[in-house]
Design a protein around this ligand. Structure first.
Ligand SMILES: [Zn+2]
Length: 250
């Protein structure tokens, strides 16, 4: 398996030819999606597009879409699909998206995914959206999140399971007792996971049904996960001959 991934990795730069196209990156809270999105966007020199950023930018610049969204959010309501879609459409008109982009947090619903397919597919020769999910087991995610501690004095971050301090619950640098964020509890985590799973399932199914989805093992070190995501993108962008049922179901 490791060898196969390494081989696929070598092929990436050649087969993608600097044009990875639109990629939806998925990952549960704690799966490391944010880090991977940032690293891969920098490496491939394509923008990372998140609806959170789009909403903030539109609001801060006072665009008509931004003002409409602000009004809805001020009423404590969820911004509807078509408004989010319009913001994405505006963003995708910008020339920096020509070689591709990494979507983060969008599409979040089946309706958004279908809209995006139609929108992206409107121009001939445009690569379709593909989706890669960074998967980490429940217990590993739980340890990553509930193990987090930080030093209130110097800000150093620890994880009592994965990167423990030398002395239990004390900062290595200044001996200050470490603190845990109040929402880094199993209860909060479980609720976030439930929301994530129920929201993501239909979107994943949409891409999987069309052979545009792969899952990678996110429990490995950051560099190894990055290599797996690249290999998955290369396979999804390739002829499809290398793609096996097994890889689709990792
Ligand atoms: Zn400290």
């Amino acid at each position: 398996m490791a060898l196969a991934v390494a081989d696929a990795h070598v092929d990436v730069s050649g087969s993608l030819k600097g044009k990875p196209g639109p990629i939806l990156l998925l990952g549960a809270p704690g799966a490391g999606k944010g880090t991977q999105a940032k690293d891969l966007a920098a490496k491939w020199e394509i923008p990372q597009i998140s609806t959170g950023d789009l909403l903030r930018t539109n609001r801060d610049h006072g665009t008509p879409l931004g003002m409409k969204a602000k009004q809805i959010m001020d009423e404590g309501k969820l911004v509807p699909d078509d408004l989010v879609n319009e913001m994405v459409a505006e963003r995708l008109k910008q020339p920096d998206t020509a070689n591709g982009y990494i979507l983060d947090g969008y599409p979040r619903t089946l309706g958004q995914a279908k809209w995006l397919d139609e929108h992206v597919g409107a121009d001939a020769g445009v690569l379709p959206v593909i989706a890669v999910s960074i998967q980490v087991g429940y217990n590993e995610l739980l340890r990553r999140i509930t193990g987090r501690r930080n030093c209130p004095v110097c800000g150093t971050i620890y994880n009592i399971y994965l990167q423990p301090p030398k002395v239990d619950e004390k900062c290595d640098l200044d001996g200050t007792p470490l603190v845990r964020r109040s929402d880094d509890t199993e209860e909060v985590f479980r609720e976030r996971m439930r929301t994530y799973d129920s929201q993501t399932a239909p979107v994943v199914e949409h891409y999987r049904a069309q052979g545009r989805f792969e899952a990678v093992d996110g429990s490995k070190p950051v560099n190894a996960v990055a290599a797996e995501v690249e290999a998955a993108v290369a396979r999804l962008r390739g002829s499809g001959t290398e793609k096996t049922e097994k890889q689709n179901r990792v």
